[in-house]
Design a protein around this ligand. Structure first.
Ligand code: ADP
Length: 264
């Protein structure tokens, strides 16, 4: 009897082991698939600006050109190179995110100072799109965090608000507030809004609502710089590394609110 019971127990354990092993394999396979997809998307993203640079250079070298033509070609090439530089920077950030261990500094930083700096950095984009950036709420909001990454978070959210609400709204508001347990940063625009079906995917890597509008040539639509679809995934990573959460509320025709909370 004892023999039989031991046998059964062993079989149970082997069964459990097999299940665990299956689950692990499953997770590994999914991780590989995500990695494969990421590499494919990243290569695809780099190929577009690279091919524009090549085509543009070949075209301009075909025969002698006027100074104006050279200037125009060079500015296209420069813009594509800036785009690639930024893309590579974003990819490096995500590679760091994937390493698992935290790369963030923890220092006392004033979130309102960071917001003011980000707004100054993007003043040219606001002006070009005829949008006023309004800062409201607190003049000082101290949190524990990494100044550089928090700045990048603000830049990503504010830049989106400015670029997507061009031709829709006149104002983008960045609002800071605080209660007992958390600090809150809201970026509110009067832009086109986002359909509910897209909201759950917005923070995924390379996800864009309107795929066709994403790579506009510099001369085609200067007010809507093309994006890589990485900004919000980086934003979410930064927020989560700070122990916070990010949410979006939006509906078509009513603008969007990106709402970030950090524990105090
Ligand atoms: P991108 O580089 O395309 O801006 P993001 O990850 O920052 O990438 O954003 C993903 C997508 O979410 C964008 O392509 C855009 O479709 C949508 N989106 C982000 N912010 C806004 C906003 N404020 N208003 C409308 N749509 C937005």
């Amino acid at each position: 009897d004892l023999h039989r019971r031991l046998n059964l127990q062993q079989r149970d354990e082997i069964g459990e082991l097999a299940t665990t092993f299956d689950l692990m394999l499953d997770r590994l396979e999914r991780a590989f698939e995500r990695q494969r997809q990421f590499t494919a998307d990243a290569s695809h993203e780099l190929r577009t600006p690279l091919s524009i640079v090549t085509t543009e250079t070949e075209r301009i070298l075909q025969r002698p050109r006027t100074t104006q033509e050279y200037t125009q070609a060079l500015s296209i090439i420069l813009q594509e190179q800036q785009r690639m530089t930024r893309l590579v920077g974003d990819l490096l950030t995500l590679a760091r995110a994937d390493q698992g261990q935290s790369v963030l500094k923890r220092e006392r930083v004033d979130l309102s100072e960071i917001v003011v700096d980000a707004a100054e950095d993007l003043a040219h984009l606001a002006e070009r799109n005829a949008i006023e950036i309004r800062l409201s709420g607190l003049d000082e909001l101290m949190v524990w965090g990494d100044r550089l990454y928090l700045t990048q978070l603000c830049l990503n959210l504010l830049e989106n608000a400015l670029k997507y609400s061009a031709q829709f709204g006149k104002q983008v508001e960045v609002k800071l507030s605080q209660d007992q347990s958390y600090a809150r940063l809201q970026v509110i625009d009067q832009g086109p809004g986002i359909e509910a079906a897209h909201l759950p995917h917005l923070f995924e890597r390379f996800y864009r609502v309107d795929q066709s509008r994403t790579h506009t040539r510099p001369t085609e639509n200067a007010s809507l710089p093309s994006g890589s679809g990485l900004g919000l995934s980086i934003a979410r990573w930064i927020v989560e590394e700070h122990g916070g959460s990010i949410q979006v509320r939006s509906s078509p025709g009513e603008g969007s609110v990106f709402d970030v909370c950090f524990p105090l």
